[in-house]
Design a protein. Structure first.
Ligand code: NCD
Length: 328
């Protein structure tokens, strides 16, 4: 790593109080987070968060995001307190969201929140006295997923610039897609947006991409599969459909199997934020193209990078130093 990227890495999130949307992040900040995660992965950097607590508030189901945040804190010597759903909390007694957030802000050094409500993380960041990380707000944004997706793309392709990327599936409701297309746009990508007609990427996002990325829209995946470097497959977001009938009509619209991948570039990699339902056949798991489990693993280093920068940047006298030799 050269001097410049070390400097960027060291100040990756200093200027940020919260991580709510990809839209808030400068490209240098993004590179800084990826570099920091890489240093952590290589064992060159061991952030120490001993004595700190992360509140993990998940008002929607989660496996990878919740538990990679938890693992990330534990790897750095920190602790977590968790809420999954609202069943055991005072929310069931009628306590407001604002009071819940205020309270967790008193017990922790950072709040990680997932909610079905768009804008919930932004609202929480206006109330809490500690940094807030958006772990998914409705169909809006999922910035930590986009950062780990970029990290995975850079790891499997050796670069981020000028890649041809197909994003496939539910582009309307998929928050990981919304964050990822924004995250990729500074890197001069060719973006192929593949979806059924009524699950297209929302216009406000297409407008933001205009002039920043080469964008084409498709309904047929076969049109692009042979030319892409990355195939980013997503689940149709059943829980966001008002009409279950409509979901039934599109639920199996794209199924990636080995036959479909026959003409793909040997270096092409398939990514998926997971969970998958039927959109990637299990037979693909053993192929050279599968990268989604490595991708899930990268979530730990990325979240270590984010948590350590945000907690350190906002700490007053908390002991949380880093060194290059190993944990303190
Ligand atoms: C995604 C999410 O929650 O948006 N999952 C994840 O965080 N890895 C994708 C999805 O649920 O389809």
């Amino acid at each position: 790593m050269n001097q410049t990227s070390q400097k960027i890495s060291a100040s990756a999130l200093r200027s940020l109080d919260h991580l709510i949307s990809m839209h808030d992040l400068h490209t240098d900040t993004v590179r800084g987070i990826l570099d920091r995660a890489e240093e952590i992965d290589r064992g060159e950097l061991s952030p120490n968060l001993r004595g700190t607590v992360a509140a993990l508030l998940f008002f929607e189901p989660s496996t990878r995001t919740h538990f990679s945040f938890e693992t990330a804190m534990k790897r750095m010597g920190g602790e977590t307190i968790s809420m999954s759903g609202t069943g055991t909390s005072s929310v069931t007694k009628g306590e407001s969201f604002a009071d819940t957030i205020r309270t967790f802000g008193l017990y922790s050094d950072i709040i990680v929140i997932r909610s079905p409500v768009e804008g919930a993380a932004r609202f929480a960041s206006e109330i809490a006295r500690v940094p807030v990380v958006n772990a998914g707000d409705g169909a809006n944004q999922h910035p930590t997923q986009a950062l780990l997706d970029l990290y995975s793309i850079r790891a499997c392709q050796g670069r981020l610039d000028e890649l041809s990327v197909a994003v496939v599936g539910d582009l309307k409701f998929g928050r990981t897609v919304h964050s990822l297309v924004q995250a990729l746009s500074p890197f001069n990508p060719k973006l192929h947006l593949v979806s059924p007609p009524h699950l297209r990427l929302p216009d406000y996002l297409l407008d933001r991409l205009r002039g920043r990325a080469g964008v084409t829209e498709h309904t047929d995946l076969a049109e692009v599969i042979d030319e892409v470097d990355v195939l980013y497959v997503t689940r149709i977001q059943r829980e966001r459909f008002a009409d279950p009938e409509e979901y039934e009509q599109v639920k199996n619209c794209y199924i990636v199997d080995c036959e479909m991948l026959r003409g793909a570039k040997p270096t092409m990699r398939v990514l998926h934020p997971m969970p998958r339902v039927n959109e990637i056949a299990p037979e693909v798991d053993g192929s050279q193209h599968a990268y989604y489990f490595e991708q899930a693993k990268h979530g730990i280093a990325i979240r270590q990078a984010i948590l350590s920068e945000l907690i350190r940047g906002n700490a007053n006298g908390i002991e949380n130093e880093t060194n290059r030799e190993g944990a303190i």
